[in-house]
Design a protein around this ligand. Structure first.
Ligand code: NAD
Ligand code: UD1
Length: 341
């Protein structure tokens, strides 16, 4: 059985679905601080089975000890965490407590229970403002410009030290680039509980009429059209990467780091134009200054994951945007139905 912390969230839910579809038993632990219980129904509808669910906090050692004692868990995917950069600047202690403290508590409980296979949701933000593109795993980690990024790097360092001290561990640090998109059914996707910070969820809310315009942060970067360039990856490709990485953990020891990206970079304007093409909806834009802490360019060298896991991202940008739009329309319709009934 695989425990997914934060499994009711955007990425964890797609990982849960992918694992269940290939026959694994999944138990989700989530405190629902940034997700909805209804996500479990969506996973059940798509997989034909219900994942186990415990509503609880990953910082609660007593609860974790009970969970490991009660279920035959042999690996953990640790997605639980807080991820809003601006909020992390205002509430740094909450971010360090959850993202670093939560990881320490989870690792202590795992060691106590004799479970040593762990996959961690890390981020390309740990590379900081890397001078050379594409970024491969040998690039030094940089100086993340906000507490969120720092907390991800600190959590990675905690696990690196832990593995040096005890050779029973097998830990995979998955450095995600920019996950977007949704399940192709349109039934599972990202459901922000507050104003989104990231490009795609904000763009979707503009396109569906919930917000007036998309702010484009900076058009004077050293990029072909002056707007920021990122490596957007379909969330289902990302989830498939977790399945492959979990398989690899079962036969390796130590720490493995894998970038999960496509190796392709798209600018903000390229994303907007591609979205308009696949959806047929115009997106009003407002050009603004650069967002504090943003970097100009960031894309992965994904070869290590290909060579070591046999994994590569297969879904195109158009596919990511079409799937995301299908999900947004579904959510909108669901909300309208709930209001009417
Ligand atoms: P999300 O907010 O949708 O999911 C995180 C889940 O963790 C939520 O369901 C939330 O309720 C839960 N959670 C938060 N604190 C918890 C706690 N103390 N105990 C138990 N559950 C808790 O975010 P996501 O986009 O699915 O991200 C998942 C992980 O991937 C996070 O660790 C995030 O930092 C990392 N990550 C995300 C991105 C991205 O762009 N989405 C990029 C890089 C890394
Ligand atoms: C952001 C976080 C990063 C985190 C990642 C995934 C910051 C500074 N960095 O990365 O730590 O790991 O999300 O969760 O927030 N953009 C707009 N208008 C918007 C939103 C974004 O123009 O309304 C631009 C940004 O300037 C950037 C691109 O779109 O060029 C992508 O932004 P975003 O989706 O927030 O991701 P990152 O900045 O890469």
């Amino acid at each position: 059985m695989i425990l997914i912390t934060g499994g009711a969230g955007y990425i964890g839910a797609h990982v849960a679905l992918e694992l269940m579809q290939q026959g694994d038993d999944v138990l989700i632990l989530d405190n629902l601080c940034n997700s909805y219980r209804s996500t479990l129904d969506r996973i059940a509808a798509l997989s034909g089975r219900r994942p186990g669910f415990i509503q609880g906090d990953v910082r609660n050692r007593g609860l974790l000890d009970t969970v490991f004692a009660d279920y035959p868990i042999d690996a953990v995917v640790h997605c639980a965490g807080l991820k809003a950069v601006g909020e992390s600047v205002r509430e740094p202690l909450r971010y360090y407590d959850t993202n670093v403290g939560g990881t320490v508590t989870l690792c202590q409980a795992m060691a106590h229970a004799g479970v040593f296979n762990l996959l961690f949701s890390s981020s390309a933000t740990v590379y900081g403002d890397c001078a050379t593109m594409p970024i491969d795993e040998t690039c030094a980690t940089g100086q993340p410009t906000n507490p969120y990024g720092q907390s991800k790097l600190m959590a990675e360092n905690v696990m690196q030290s832990m593995v040096c001290s005890d050779e029973r561990w097998s830990v995979g640090l998955l450095r995600y680039f920019n996950p977007i998109g949704a399940h192709k059914s349109g039934l599972l996707g990202e459901a922000p509980t507050s104003t989104p910070n990231n490009l795609l969820p904000y763009l979707l809310q503009v396109a569906s009429g919930q917000r007036a315009a998309l702010s484009v942060f900076g058009r004077d970067y050293d990029t072909p059209d002056g707007t920021g360039v990122r490596d957007y990856i379909h969330v289902v490709d990302l989830a498939e990467g977790h399945v492959k990485a979990l398989d690899a953990l079962r036969t390796q020891r130590g720490v493995q780091i894998w970038n999960l990206g496509t190796g392709l970079g798209y600018s903000v304007l390229e994303v907007v134009r591609a979205f308009e093409k696949v959806s047929g909806v115009q997106v009003p834009l407002v050009f603004e200054g650069r967002r504090a802490g943003d970097i100009a360019r960031c894309w992965a060298n994904p070869e290590k994951a290909l060579n070591e896991l046999g994994w590569s991202a297969r879904r195109s940008l158009d596919r990511m945007l079409a799937d995301a739009w299908r999900w947004e329309c579904h959510l909108h319709q669901e909300e309208a139905t709930t209001l009417v009934s």
